[in-house]
Design a binder for this molecule. Structure first.
Ligand code: SF4
Length: 124
């Protein structure tokens, strides 16, 4: 069976429209990409779609009550909700430095979560 799937490449602002030719469930061909990154993106998206996750975690002792955080690498797309749920349940203690590892293996993905910015401790 032959199927065609369309994707928009997110590799750069050109946003090329990619067309994936799938035969018997196997990706055979990628068209519409203006550079090799488009084909790599299409193949990754077809076989193992991944996303970076950015959110906030509670930091009651911080100058602001929530700290922006992000995954250190892209995680499997189907694990995003588990990761977000775990992060929304956790609390960190200020002070926090930008890039500080807050979780080493979020939701069993093997990926760390780091602080996206520094956050000082609030004065008492
Ligand atoms: S295929 Fe290349 S040029 Fe096109 S959007 Fe992706 S990265 Fe940009």
């Amino acid at each position: 069976m032959v199927e065609k799937q369309k994707l928009t490449c997110i590799g750069c602002p050109m946003g090329c429209s990619l067309e994936l030719m799938i035969i018997d469930g196997q990706l055979q061909e990628v068209n519409g990409n203006n550079c090799p990154r488009g084909e790599n993106y299409a193949r990754q998206e077809f076989s193992d779609p991944r996303r970076m996750v950015s959110t906030t975690v509670a930091c009651p002792s911080g100058l602001w009550p929530r700290l922006p955080v992000k995954t250190a690498e892209a995680i499997p797309k189907d694990r995003i909700m588990e990761v977000v749920r775990q992060l929304h349940r956790m609390e960190v203690t200020a002070p926090v430095e930008i890039g500080q590892t807050l979780v080493t293996d979020v939701a069993g993905t093997g990926v760390a979560v780091v602080a996206s910015r520094s956050l000082a401790r609030k004065s008492d």
